[in-house]
Design a protein around this ligand. Sequence first.
Ligand code: SAM
Length: 248
Amino acid sequence: MPATALRLAATALLLLAALDAAHAAASDDRADERQRLTQTVAAQMRETGSATGRPALSERVTTALRQVPRHAFVPEDQRLYAYVNRPLPIGHGQTISQPYIVALMTELAQPQPDHKVLEVGTGSGYQAAVMARLVRTVYSMEIIEPLGLAARERLQTLGYRNVEVRLGDGYHGWEEHAPYDAILVTAAASHIPPPLIRQLKPGGRMVIPVGAAFLVQQLMLVEKNADGTVSTRQILPVAFVPLTGGAR
Ligand code: SAM
């Protein structure tokens, strides 16, 4: 074969290999499944909107849900179900929350690009990753050491440079970085932890499930007024794993 023909054949082979690699990456990325899940979540937001006060999935939260690869946050044996709108086990008796609940809590927090957010209950790190796409910094606390360590490493590997994970009891908050524009508590508390109210900025919002462990709780929106008083509103009945730790 003449040299030019050889070069052409080699270039064609390289192009085919590149296309194959791009196709493999795209199917592994599961963007289509994420797109469908986001539509399902948007539909549930509309259905529950009159109760929650948040009927629409905003453009920003829609984009974040489309971008965060939920399958990278669940154990290998749960990957098949990563884009089903339901919570999944992540080990140690804990769960990654249902995507609709992640979307709703995110919307209720009204995240802005300059915001600093505290999350109590890192779990897999998924909610922190969604929030990290919408705000300046996320500080996230996890009480179960192996979960916190794994989430920290996962978030690093996936390139989330604006999330810090700390191991410890989030009931007491993370004083060092307070006050926060928003606080998300992703485990059920028997009451709203006073340290978290103190660490919320005036004008800030906290979203927290409140109620008895292993029963139905109420997702609450807590807003801190300019004078330091708080207003609370019940949003929706939910079922979260319990907030554990020292002061319950
Ligand atoms: N946000 C998580 C995600 O996106 O995967 C899901 C959180 S899971 C429903 C609740 C998490 O809260 C668990 O990982 C649990 O270990 C953690 N947790 C419970 N009590 C806690 C506490 N006092 N401080 C910090 N984390 C706590």
